[in-house]
Design a protein. Structure first.
Length: 129
């Protein structure tokens, strides 16, 4: 059995992105977006994504619409929809997200957005096949 006290685990991670668990059909990832930071505009053509916010405040931009997000909020991003999430506060924006199917390499840890972008561009952050 995999068990996580997800809010605690997410709050303790300073990494931009950390894959906690990867299954055949879904993947659990925690993220910490620093003040003035963002995930970056992206579209997952083959992945649905559900994001749950643990701490901090931010802006969700999904399919051209913007909404403020805070702890306890959930945002659903269907496959093929352009999205970005930005930190709008003075503290880190902490969240966990579930991808279906997995979108990142199993066990991947990226301390910064730059490391995450580099891993994706180099092909080192590919999900299991």
């Amino acid at each position: 059995m995999e068990h996580f006290e997800i809010a605690t685990v997410a709050e303790k991670s300073a990494d931009f992105r950390r894959v906690l668990w990867t299954g055949e059909h879904t993947q659990l990832v925690i993220m910490t977006i620093p003040p003035e930071g963002e995930i970056g505009v992206e579209t997952h053509d083959e992945n649905d994504q559900i994001l749950t916010f643990v701490s901090g405040v931010g802006r969700a931009i999904v399919d051209g619409k913007t909404k403020q997000v805070k702890p306890g909020d959930i945002v659903v991003v269907p496959a093929g929809v352009e999205h970005n999430f930005k930190n709008a506060g003075p503290n880190p924006l902490v969240l966990y997200t579930v991808y279906g199917p997995p979108d990142h390499a199993d066990g991947a840890v990226h301390a910064t957005k730059e490391q995450a972008d580099e891993a994706e561009e180099s092909g080192q952050d590919e999900p299991p096949k």
